[in-house]
Design a protein around this ligand. Structure first.
Ligand code: CDP
Length: 224
């Protein structure tokens, strides 16, 4: 493949977003948050009054939608649906509650995975999600699974002031038939329970070096 993909997967509130963003900024890569894409789809479904549990209606809603994906000035992924920017609503309790149902619909995944792969055609990316190393870019040699204990993850989410049943979401995400949350066979697992974000980023950079990763010359690394 011409461009590099670093895949960062893991369960809810494992710290993967902060880590993926910091890594992308350090390397000058684009940062793609695929969870935000599934959250945006959920926002549209709810906005249109569609039942998130009705897979056919959810698929039809996304088929009819104009999906525009891009990068903002900080090289972070953004998505607009039917011309609207759902960003302010993506962490709403209703989205947390229904995102797992919407993201298990195969057509939703098909549409969004195509957009995720398109980012890689345009440049180097750090992409975070649930199935990036296992299904979206199984061929990348650079894949990490960030975990943390259930207690630590629950504490992190409540410290963010969010109402979010992460255990319920993890259970649906892990047991769905289509691209479940799983540890890819060749993924490097990092337990972030006792590490800071900087600590996890340093650990990833160390492991990338061991894999002869082409370290960007311009990398702004906090720990080399
Ligand atoms: O931030 P947090 O870890 O809580 O979740 P997220 O990354 O924003 O993902 C929200 C939801 O989107 C997950 O619970 C999954 O249901 C879904 N998702 C997915 O199915 N596949 C991905 N690659 C990313 C997220």
């Amino acid at each position: 493949m011409s461009h590099v993909v670093i895949a960062i997967d893991g369960p809810a509130a494992s710290g993967k977003s902060s880590v993926a963003r910091a890594l992308a900024h350090a390397f000058g890569f684009a940062y793609v948050n695929t969870g935000a894409m599934y959250r945006a789809a959920t926002w549209l479904v709810l906005q249109k009054g569609v039942d998130p549990a009705d897979a056919n209606a959810v698929a039809a809603t996304m088929d009819a939608a104009r999906i525009e994906c891009g990068l903002d000035a900080s090289h972070e992924s953004v998505i607009r649906l039917d011309g609207e920017d759902p960003a302010p609503h993506l962490r709403d309790p209703a989205i947390n509650q229904h995102v797992s149902a919407v993201s298990m619909v195969p057509r939703v995944r098909e549409l969004l995975v195509a957009r995720q792969r398109a980012y890689h055609e345009q440049g180097n990316v750090v992409m975070e999600g649930r199935d990036i190393g296992s299904a979206v870019f199984p061929q990348t040699p650079y894949k990490f699974y960030i975990d943390a204990s259930p207690d630590v993850r629950a504490q992190r989410r409540s410290a963010q002031g969010e109402s979010d049943s992460i255990a319920a979401r993890d259970s649906v995400d892990s047991s769905r038939r289509n691209s479940p949350l799983m540890i890819a066979e060749d993924a490097q697992v990092i337990d972030s329970s006792r590490l800071t974000i900087e600590g996890v980023v340093g650990e990833i950079i160390g492991r990338l070096k061991l894999k002869d990763f082409p370290m960007p010359a311009t990398a702004r690394l906090t720990r080399a």
